[in-house]
Design a protein around this ligand. Sequence first.
Ligand SMILES: [Zn+2]
Length: 326
Amino acid sequence: MSQWVDYRALKQSVGIAQVLSCYQVQVKPVGPDQLRGRCPLPTHGSERSRESFSVHTAKNVWACHSASCCAARQGRVGGNVLDLVALLQRCSIREAALQLQGGWPTENRPCEQLASKGSSSSPTPVRPLPFSLRLSWHPYLDHRGVHPATAARFGVGYYAGPGFLRGRIAFPIHDSEGRLVAYAGRSIDGSEPRYLFPAGFRKSQVVFNLHRACAAVAGRPTGCVIVEGFFDCLRLHQAGYRKVIALMGANLSEMQETLLLASFREVVLMLDGDEAGRCATRRVAARLRGRISFHIAEVPSGRQPDQLSSEEIEQILSGASGALGT
Ligand SMILES: [Zn+2]
C-alpha cells in the first residue's frame, strides 16, 4: 500500500526559497540566483560560522560548508529540496516527499498545515536526535524560579547557536527510554510563539520527564503528578516531587495516555488554575476515570504550578495523594 511519489517533479516544483520562508529562515540575495544566510539545519553546531548556508535558486539546490554540517552528512555539503526538508523535519527523504506532495503550503495557506500534515494517517515516528546542543545558564531561569541545580538536572539552558532555537531557553525532550528526541525553545524576549518545537516533531507522542519519573519509581509502580508545562515540571521537581511529568500542553493524547497507564498506578492531575486548565482537568479526568486511580490537585484560581512556592505545592499535594512520596 505504498503511495506513489514523484521525486523529480517535487524537486522541480517546490522552491527551496519557499520552503525556507515557511520555516522562517532568513536568507538574503547575494547575487544572481544566489541567497545566503545563517544555517537553519539541526546538524549545524558551529556557533561562529556566519552565513554559511547558501541557495542557488535557479538550480534549486542548497549548501552549508560548515564542518559540523558536512561531518553530520558524511562530507556532503548540500542537496536538493527533499534533502533539506528531510533534515529540517528529521525524517526520511520519502517522508519529506510525501509531506511536500501532500500539499506544500502556498502563500495562501499557513505553514502550520505542514506541521499538522500527516498526523492522522502516518505520525512521524519519534527518533533519537543524532546530536545535542550546548546550553548555558541564563538569568531568565532565575526569573522563573529555577535553581541552577534543577536546570543542570534537566539539561535546560540558553541556546546561543544558530537555528530555530537561537536566543531561547531550550528544553531537552526524551522518549520513555530516556533517549533525547527533540528540543523545545521558550522565548525570553516576549516574542511569539512562546514555545517552539521542531517542525515535524509531535509532542503528543511523548511525555516530558517520563523516563526520570519512572526511574524515581524504581520498579515500584506508584503515582505521579501530571502538569502542563516544562516550568511546572521543574518547579515540582525542585519542591521534592521527583515523580512528575508534563503533557507539554493541556491535552492528553492517546499515546500519552497509553504511556501513563503503562507506567503508573495512580496519578494526580495538577493542571493550571485558570479556566482553560480547569476545562482540561475535566477532560482528562473523564478520560482516566475507571482506568487508573486519580486525584485532582486544587491549584488556586488563576495560578499555575510554576508560580507556586515549594510550600504551597507541598500543601496542595499533601491533600491529593499519599502515593507520591519524594
Ligand atoms: Zn550548517
